[in-house]
Design a protein around this ligand. Structure first.
Ligand SMILES: Cc1ncc(COP(=O)(O)O)c(C=O)c1O
Length: 458
């Protein structure tokens, strides 16, 4: 047993701090599919940390690359200077990028990658002499991180309301979740492709296409509970953007690096956007890093239009292309390739789908959605206590079952490392089934207590 930690100074992100500190859930080490908690229990990781440890925890190759780099060169700036691993990292990403998206801008996380992509979109139109294109379109229930650009195009009320006004130039499409028509779909839902037409019929009609710079969408909306694109929907968005000169950005912070069994969701869906934002699995989360993959000709306009010797894009972070992140990223790409992890995820996906849908009919289960190694299990909310049911399942899984799941609203979200074995898939879904049965048989005080529950959302 570890010594008790003083928890009072840390203001925890996206956490109900007071509840957490009453009974902390502390993780002290990790390996492969498991965390170890401070009370010595093995916790099976059903969420790859936060959708990010795709190759499993503490992969020796990645750990060693970081260790070596830390001893060799801790930091070097990328402003008017360079270091080889940053360039090699960009090339390694370009090598697996969808056709044409082979120019790479580095940042430190998903939120920064989103704001970077939005800024590139605005600056690109301006560089082409189309400076009136200032509007950015996102979707309801979208999560694009927490920076001001990201919350403006994002569609989660709870992430905006504490901060007053966000960017004025953002608008939103409806999200495509339609439980009434698509409940318990296996894979992509049948109904709803026509929702994409709202972009043209409502938003472009309202704002005029000549004012719109970019549309940003998560190909699969993860953080708000696994909302899948109906069949044909993403292609329709692509076609409308093409018709009106609007850039299409895929936010692949969750879907990148094998989550759907292909390098990117763009590959899985056969729809190529103009930019892709990514982070998380980029370094297997071992060192923070984000990136924007940009269509080559978009990048080239900046090179062609800025005066010789000028900085072509006034944007960047002290830690863009940080040597430790670059080393981790290069090792991660090797691991993905050598262990063929994207194909492995694709091979496990049907088993995962069957296991997920075996929960149909259990108490409170209202919908099950899955694709690749992602699953959302939506529960009927307890009247007056939204989020309480899912949080109760999360707590029972963690304390009683030794399994880590995630919740958002009253949805349980799963995204295990791509190395997961069938027996571990079974264990995760068995744990959730037990927790649901236990909740039906014996509601806990967390469900009926006085405190308002809050939902983690990232
Ligand atoms: C689609 C998407 N975009 C952006 C982000 C933000 O990433 P970060 O938390 O690394 O800033 C997330 C995080 O979950 C995400 O799911």
């Amino acid at each position: 047993m570890e010594q008790a930690v003083n928890t009072e100074h840390l203001w925890m992100p996206f956490t109900a701090n007071r509840e957490f500190k009453e009974r902390p859930r502390m993780l002290v080490s990790a390996s492969g599919m498991y965390y170890t908690s401070d009370d010595g229990r093995q916790i099976l990781d059903g969420t790859a940390g936060l959708w990010c440890v795709n190759a499993g925890h503490c992969h020796p190759k990645i750990t060693e690359a970081i260790r070596r780099q830390a001893g060799e060169m801790d930091f070097a700036p990328l402003f008017q200077m360079g270091h080889p691993k940053a360039f090699q990292s960009a090339s390694a990403l370009a090598a697996i990028a969808p056709e044409g998206l082979d120019r790479v801008f580095f940042c430190n996380d998903g939120s920064e990658s989103v704001d970077t992509a939005l800024k590139i979109a605005l600056a690109w139109h301006r560089a082409r002499g189309d400076a009136q294109r200032v509007r950015l379109i996102g979707r309801e229930r979208a999560y694009h991180g927490v920076n001001f650009g990201g919350i403006a195009v994002g569609g989660i009320a709870g992430n905006r309301k504490q901060f007053g006004a966000t960017l004025a130039n953002a608008d939103h499409l409806r999200h495509p979740l339609d439980i009434e028509r698509n409940a318990f779909s296996r894979g992509l839902p049948e109904y709803g492709a026509a929702l994409a037409d709202e972009l043209e019929a409502r938003l472009l009609a309202l704002h005029d296409p000549s004012t719109v710079a970019a549309l940003i969408v998560e190909p699969v909306q993860g953080s708000t509970g696994v909302i899948l694109p109906p069949k044909g929907y993403l292609q329709r968005l692509r076609d409308i953007c093409d018709r009106h000169g609007i850039l299409l950005i895929f936010d692949e912070v969750i879907t990148g690096f094998g989550r759907l069994g292909a390098p990117f969701a763009a590959d899985y869906f056969g729809v190529v956007p103009d930019m892709i934002t990514c982070a998380k699995g980029l370094t297997n989360a071992a060192v923070p890093m984000g990136a924007v993959m940009v269509r080559r000709d978009i990048h080239d306009i900046f090179m062609e239009t800025a005066p010789q010797g000028a900085i072509e894009l006034a944007h960047g972070y002290t830690y863009s292309g940080h040597p430790l992140a670059a080393a981790a990223m290069l090792a991660t790409m090797e691991v993905y390739r050598e262990e063929d992890l994207f194909a492995r995820a694709a091979a496990t996906a049907p088993y995962f789908e069957d296991a997920a849908h075996s929960l149909r009919g259990l108490p409170f289960v209202k919908d099950i959605r899955n694709l690749g190694l992602v699953c959302g299990i939506e529960l009927e909310s307890l009247p007056g206590k939204p989020t309480a049911r899912a949080i109760d399942v999360f707590l029972r899984c963690f304390w009683d079952e030794g399994v880590l799941v995630r919740t958002t609203g009253d949805i349980i979200a799963l995204s295990p490392p791509l190395i997961i074995e069938p027996a571990q898939v079974d264990r995760i879904f068995d744990a959730i089934a037990s927790a649901l049965r236990a909740q039906a048989a014996q509601p806990s005080s967390a469900l009926y207590g006085q405190r308002e529950a809050t939902a983690p959302i990232a």
